[in-house]
Ligand binder design. Structure first.
Ligand code: PAF
Length: 281
C-alpha cells in the first residue's frame, strides 16, 4: 500500500490504474478510522480492482475552530487498518497541498437547492460548502468509478448525490448502512473522545430512535417529534441540538407518513457532538 501526499503523484498513480483498465473505488475520510470506515473500504475492495482512501481533516468544513483542533488524528494507526482491509493507495495531503490561501479563506459557492437550510446546515453554517469543496476536489483528483459514503451522515449523502448530478461527475455513489456498536451507538470518530460512561449515555440516542420507529405506527409526526426530544432531553449527560422528522429525499419537514421518512438527530454528550438517524419506511 502506498501513502501519498502530493496531488501530482496521486494523478500519476491514478493514470496508471486507468491505463491498466482497473476499476477504482474511493472512500474519502478524515481519518481516525473505525469499523464503519473499514466496512466502506471492504465494500470497495469487493467491488473494484483498486481501492483508494483519502485521509484529510478538511479545515474548510469546520465552523468551530475548537472542534477542528480536537479532531482525532493518527495516520500510522489509520494506515495499518487500511492495509489490513486491502486498500492499495492512501492519499493523505496537508491543507497547503490541496488549497490555495484564497480557497482556505473564502466560502465555496454551491447551490444546495435548499438541502443546506435544515438540520446540520442550520447549526453548522458553511459546513456543507466545505464538504462539497473538498469532495469535488478529491473526485477530480482520484477520478474513481465508485465512491462509498456512510448513511450516518444522511444529509451529507443527500448533498453528495446532488453535487454529483449538478457537477456531472461520472461516479456511482454507493450508500452504505450505518455501522453500530453492540450498544447501538453509531460508530463515529468522535466516539474516541467519549469516556466509557459517556458511551453508555450516548447509546441511549439510538435506543430512542429505534423506539420511535415502533411508535411511528400509532402517533402523529408532531407527537413523535415532541416525544423523542423529551426523552433525549431528560436523559442524563445528553443535550439535544435538534431532532427532525424529514422527507428522506428533500430533507424538508415531513408532512405525512406516506412520504419517505427519516428521523435525524444531533445530540451533545459532554462537549462531543454526535449525530444519528433512523428510517421510518
Ligand atoms: O464524512 C466525512 O468524513 C467528511 O465530511 C468527508 C466526506 C471525508 C469530507 O471531508
Amino acid at each position: 500500500m502506498k501513502i501519498i501526499s502530493d496531488p501530482r503523484r496521486l494523478s500519476v498513480e491514478i493514470d496508471n490504474f486507468r491505463k491498466s483498465g482497473f476499476s477504482i473505488g474511493f472512500i474519502p475520510t478524515m481519518g481516525a478510522l473505525h469499523r464503519g470506515h473499514i466496512t466502506l473500504v471492504e465494500n470497495s475492495v469487493s467491488q473494484n480492482d483498486v481501492t483508494v482512501v483519502s485521509v484529510f481533516v478538511n479545515p474548510t468544513q469546520f465552523n468551530n475552530p475548537e472542534d477542528l483542533k480536537k479532531y482525532p488524528r493518527d495516520l500510522d494507526k489509520d494506515a495499518e487498518m487500511l492495509q489490513e482491509a486491502g486498500c492499495q493507495l492512501v492519499f493523505a495531503p496537508e491543507p497547503a497541498d490541496i488549497y490555495t490561501p484564497a480557497e482556505m479563506n473564502e466560502r465555496f459557492d454551491f447551490d444546495f437547492e435548499g438541502l443546506d437550510k435544515v438540520m446540520e446546515g442550520m447549526f453548522r453554517p458553511g459546513h456543507f460548502n466545505g464538504v462539497v469543496q473538498i469532495v469535488s476536489k478529491l473526485f477530480t483528483l482520484v477520478n474513481p468509478h465508485k465512491a462509498y459514503f456512510g448513511e450516518k451522515d444522511f444529509q451529507q449523502l443527500a448533498i453528495i448525490h446532488l453535487m454529483v448530478r449538478k457537477m456531472n461527475f461520472d461516479i456511482e455513489i454507493v450508500d452504505c448502512a450505518i455501522v453500530r456498536e453492540k450498544s447501538g451507538l453509531a460508530m463515529s470518530s468522535r466516539n474516541e473522545r467519549l469516556s466509557n460512561g459517556q458511551k453508555l449515555q450516548a447509546s441511549y440516542i439510538s435506543s430512542v430512535l429505534f423506539e420511535s420507529v415502533a411508535l411511528s405506527k400509532n402517533i402523529s409526526i408532531q407527537e413523535l417529534q415532541r416525544l423523542v426530544v423529551e426523552k433525549l432531553a431528560n436523559a442524563p449527560g445528553l443535550r439535544v441540538e435538534y431532532f427532525e422528522i424529514a422527507n428522506a429525499v428533500t430533507l424538508q419537514t415531513l408532512k405525512s407518513w406516506d412520504e419517505p421518512a427519516v428521523g435525524c438527530v444531533a445530540v451533545f454528550c459532554g462537549d462531543v457532538r454526535l449525530i444519528d438517524n433512523v428510517r421510518y419506511n
